[in-house]
Design a binder for this molecule. Structure first.
Ligand SMILES: NC(=O)c1ccc[n+]([C@@H]2O[C@H](COP(=O)([O-])OP(=O)(O)OC[C@H]3O[C@@H](n4cnc5c(N)ncnc54)[C@H](OP(=O)(O)O)[C@@H]3O)[C@@H](O)[C@H]2O)c1
Length: 435
């Protein structure tokens, strides 16, 4: 039986899940892969804190990674600290001490991928990162192995469970954004400070990793255009539903003739299509490849055991030597950059949803249609309901427009000009439609 010494950096949510899988399923792992994992060290901040998992008697709980770096029996270090520093420094040190790395840390990879992967290549060690993109969904493996014969045309998905839970709760229960967020926090689906989830940062970091895998293009998370969900209102969910759409926070990377589009934005997605029906904290990713056509991946993108499932799969791959082959083949963030131009958000084309608050009087639609026409934005459909019976003279009413495909720059300049019209009470709403 092959014995493999491992160290866990972190024994929080994911770290405890990994320790549970390695200890409780040790016999199954031995039978299935012929490997006995030995947790030699766990590196945490507070070694005396009670832990929800029973570690093997040989495991040492320490606070300094030197113990791991200097232990020749540790082959794999599993980084589950999160954040950039000191995780970056720890990974670099451990690589230089000959350890293979498994990590779930999307923030670290999205911002420092080139440095970490170059170092790993230099010292002939591997970094495996399945859990960093969509928790339990094996999307990294799918792109690296199963779909490697394809030229990928687009990758798009619901990559943040917190935002998706909030949007689902808002559509189902008429909650405001603030109420739906409080509900998500009460259920443990949103952090006390949910900013990185709801402003699109988390999804952008995951998309940066997917772009590297799918298109061989080096981008960092902050190069991905982002718009979060904090401005989504009940009214927009209702109008979208009336038009036959759900609103989803989508991460989209799409190859165009003149470059690559990469964005995280709330989008109207046609109901009864797979992405539109992803509910609650679930994640999903759709990929279109030239040979395989459309593929759809669905599952839990976070949480203790789904994420641990991906981490332990990477540990098995590393112990068997498969991760090293994949790592060499992928040359992630290396000089294999395809040189694709990253399109500015204004250059991309899509359909749009506009919601204006307008005065209820003759000629309003004509004035708005004129501005849109002057910017080459063509209207596909319009909704304006009768004002409620108790409305007063001078009250505004919502006017909703769906457009045909238009350049984002033209949609934005129309919006700016329309918001200056005396008949409109800004701010107006502009959302993309993802067909
Ligand atoms: N949670 C999820 O569902 C999920 C899903 C996918 C990916 N991830 C990623 O997985 C990673 C871990 O997330 P998590 O939710 O498990 O985090 P967590 O619950 O906050 O746990 C972090 C662990 O790391 C330890 N730690 C942090 N900084 C340290 C330092 N400087 N020195 C020593 N120990 C340190 C903490 O020690 P103490 O316990 O002593 O404080 C704790 O045990 C992150 O990169 C996250 O993005 C998480």
């Amino acid at each position: 039986m092959k014995q493999v010494g491992v160290a866990l950096l972190g024994l929080g949510t994911v770290g405890s899940g990994v320790a549970r899988l390695l200890t409780e399923q040790a016999e199954r792992l031995k039978r299935r892969c012929g490997i006995e994992f030995r947790i030699k060290h766990v590196v945490v901040r507070e070694p005396d804190k009670p832990r929800p998992v029973t570690l093997p008697p040989e495991t040492k709980i320490v606070t300094d990674i030197r113990a791991v770096a200097e232990d020749p029996e540790v082959e794999i270090a599993v980084e589950l600290w999160g954040g950039i520093e000191p995780a970056r420094q720890a990974v670099l040190t451990l690589l230089r001490h000959g350890k293979h790395i498994v990590t779930a840390n999307k923030a670290l990879l999205a911002e420092h991928g080139p440095e970490l992967f170059d170092t790993a290549q230099e010292v002939e060690r591997s970094i495996a990162f399945e859990a960093s993109v969509a928790g339990g969904i094996p999307i990294v493996g799918a792109l690296a192995h199963g779909l490697s014969a394809n030229r990928v045309q687009f990758v798009r998905g619901v990559l943040n469970g917190t935002s998706n839970y909030i949007l689902t709760a808002m559509s189902d229960s008429q909650h405001t954004y603030a109420e739906a967020l409080a509900d998500a926090q009460a259920r443990g689906y949103a952090e006390a400070d949910p900013t990185l989830d709801v402003d699109g940062t988390d999804a952008a970091q995951k998309l940066a990793i997917l772009v590297q895998l799918a298109f061989g293009q080096r981008i960092s998370g902050h190069q991905v255009f982002r718009q979060g969900i904090t401005g989504i209102q009940q009214a927009d969910l209702r109008y979208a539903a009336e038009l036959g759409y759900n609103i989803k926070l989508l991460a989209v990377a799409r190859l165009h003739e003149d470059g690559l589009e990469a964005r995280v934005t709330p989008c109207l997605v046609r109901k009864r299509t797979p992405l539109a029906e992803v509910r609650g904290v679930y994640n999903a990713i759709q990929i279109q490849g030239d040979a395989v056509g459309d593929m759809f991946f669905y599952g839990l993108g976070a949480g203790q055991m789904p994420t641990a499932s991906a981490v332990v799969a990477d540990m098995i791959d590393t112990a068997l030597g498969r991760a090293q082959i994949t790592f060499r083949m992928l040359r992630m963030w290396a000089s294999n950059d395809k040189g694709l131009r990253l399109l500015a958000p204004e250059e991309t084309r899509t359909r749009f949803y506009f919601r204006f608050n307008v005065q209820d009087r003759p000629g309003v639609l004509a004035q708005i249609a004129r501005v849109l026409g002057e910017h080459a934005v063509s209207i596909a459909s319009v909704i304006q309901h009768e004002p409620p019976p108790d409305s007063q003279a001078g009250d505004t009413v919502p006017l909703v427009l769906m457009t045909h495909r238009a350049r984002t720059a033209d949609a934005l300049s129309s919006l700016e000009e329309i918001d200056r019209l005396p008949i409109v009470s800004p701010p107006s709403v502009l959302l993309r439609v993802e067909d």
